[in-house]
Design a protein around this ligand. Structure first.
Ligand SMILES: [Zn+2]
Length: 341
């Protein structure tokens, strides 16, 4: 496998020293949907030493049009995305140490994983601003650069956020946008995903290989259907009094109350419920209970699904529950409390 990275080493921006540097780095990828999967594939093929992928969802047929790591069999088996991604990526490049975690990237988790591991860079593969703002606060607190990426319809945008140097996400947005605005109700084409991920991975490779002089330093945005591209310098928008990156940071998105949380998932008629106090669910015990009233449609080491027409209920080992087929949070609460505390 000596020739594996030869073309990348030939590229003057990377060279032998850049390649050696990549091999010592650890990248954390939050989300293994379209953006996360596309970034993960490029980063693993590039030979970054260690990659950790976190995702809370399983593979669905509607993902296959743009989420390039997954197969029909993954959708049939309802494989957790992190696990399906790990399996595929391990087959692509066995040099890379890949860890898959099927769980929510909440504040507690992000604080823990960045405390236990030396993370060189975080890639944003999420689909919502709730997680991005938590990620932004953790990145600022632990001084870890992260690559913001978002895409919808035929467009996307990206920026590398470097603590202490660039403005942070909080500087750039005064208020948290409504979650409805980020859902892909407008649909999406795969080229918009691949383009956004390419811009993210390019900045990641520059940072990880030590080519900081090549960093773009702007917000890049595009629309492939309207043929528009722009690069905006936002350096002056860094705020001294920013609660996340200013002179006296309080990291507001890292404080969280312990309550059961209901969240509408992007692009699907699905609500996720995260109970306040369940850290691990006993799936075998739950299966015994469910079998008394209804039929289990899927069960693997990570999750258990059953049908309660017109809903599909999926319980994960980490305590979370997804209810598909609901049109509101209220409706999901009625279904949830029938089966869970
Ligand atoms: Zn800031």
């Amino acid at each position: 496998m000596t020739d594996r990275y030869s073309r990348q080493v030939l590229f003057p921006g990377i060279g032998r020293s850049g390649q050696n540097s990549l091999q010592t780095k650890h990248v954390l990828i939050i989300g293994a949907g379209a953006l996360g999967a596309a970034n993960a594939e490029m980063i693993v093929r590039a030979g970054v030493g260690q990659v950790t992928i976190v995702d809370r969802d399983y593979v669905d047929f509607s993902n296959l049009q743009r989420q390039n790591l997954y197969t029909e069999q993954d959708a049939v088996d309802r494989m957790p995305k992190a696990e399906a991604a790990r399996k595929r990526l391990a087959a692509v490049n066995s040099d890379v140490h890949i860890t898959a975690l099927t769980q929510d990237a909440d504040a507690a988790f992000l604080e823990q994983i960045t405390a236990r591991n030396h993370i060189d860079l975080i890639v944003d593969g999420t689909d919502n601003f709730d997680v991005r703002f938590i990620l932004n606060d953790v990145a600022q607190k632990k001084r870890i650069p992260w690559v913001y990426g978002a895409c919808v319809a035929s467009g996307g945008l990206s920026m590398l956020i470097v603590p202490g140097e660039t403005p942070c996400l909080h500087c750039l947005m005064d208020t948290m946008p409504g979650t409805g605005a980020t859902c892909d109700t407008a649909g999406i084409i795969s080229p918009a995903v691949q383009m956004t991920a390419s811009v993210q991975t390019a900045e990641a490779l520059k940072w990880l290989s030590g080519n900081t002089e090549a960093l773009r330093g702007t917000i890049f945005s595009f629309d492939l259907w309207k043929n528009q591209f722009s690069s905006v310098d936002v350096q002056r928008m860094k705020k001294r009094d920013c609660p996340s990156c200013g002179t006296e940071p309080v990291y507001p998105f890292l404080s969280y109350e312990r309550t059961t949380k209901f969240a509408v998932l992007c692009g699907r008629d699905t609500v996720q419920i995260r109970p306040a106090d369940v850290t691990k669910r006993n799936l075998a015990q739950l299966a015994d209970h469910i079998k008394q009233t209804t039929t289990i449609t899927h069960q693997n080491g990570f999750l258990l699904s059953f049908q309660q027409t017109p809903y599909t209920v999926t319980a994960f080992r980490d305590g979370r529950v997804l209810i598909q087929g609901v049109s509101s949070v209220e409706e999901s609460k009625r279904v949830y409390y029938q089966y869970f505390q």
